[in-house]
Design a protein around this ligand. Structure first.
Ligand SMILES: [Zn+2]
Length: 159
């Protein structure tokens, strides 16, 4: 199969690999919602696609800001949960979550910053998520399934 070529020139993605110090400290809260933030989110999304990830957090790209990008395709990957997800974010600014269920789910997770490591991680099966969008508007909703696992994973990179 022929892979589609990107029109933009190939950019080297600088990815922080554990134990990079950027991965060990909390990310700075975003306070300015400007065009620069939109550009940063677009760069992070391009890097995520380039690396074939389904989610990426700012610190992984040496961006010391509380920004997470996720692939929207993950919301449709599991039809059991797709309908239940109240929010379908692709860029999350200053995200945080609380567990809202006693049931846990165990998922084999991998992380671009831990190459070749697969770990079974137990997490709450559902979360209540709060974040800001690129305009600074606060959004809240419940999240289930793969999207929820992915977003919990990425938010953990900010803390
Ligand atoms: Zn990760």
């Amino acid at each position: 199969m022929i892979q589609p070529q990107t029109k933009t020139k190939e950019k080297q993605v600088r990815l922080a690999i554990w134990p990079h110090p950027q991965l060990k400290k909390p990310a700075q809260k975003v306070t300015e919602f400007s065009d620069k933030l939109v550009d940063t989110a677009a760069e992070m999304t391009a890097a995520m696609r380039h690396l074939h990830g389904i989610g990426l957090a700012g610190p992984q790209l040496l961006i010391d800001q509380a920004i997470v990008v996720v692939d929207p395709l993950i919301y449709y990957a599991d039809e059991r949960y797709a309908e239940k997800n109240e929010v379908k974010p692709t860029t999350l600014i200053n995200p945080r979550y609380e567990s809202n269920i006693d049931i846990t789910t165990k998922t084999r997770e991998r992380c671009l910053s831990f190459p070749d490591v697969f770990v079974d991680i137990e997490r709450p099966a559902s979360i209540n998520l709060t974040f800001q969008d690129l305009s600074g508007k606060t959004i809240n909703g419940d999240l289930f399934g793969l999207a929820e696992v992915d977003i919990q994973h990425e938010i953990n990179h900010l803390n």
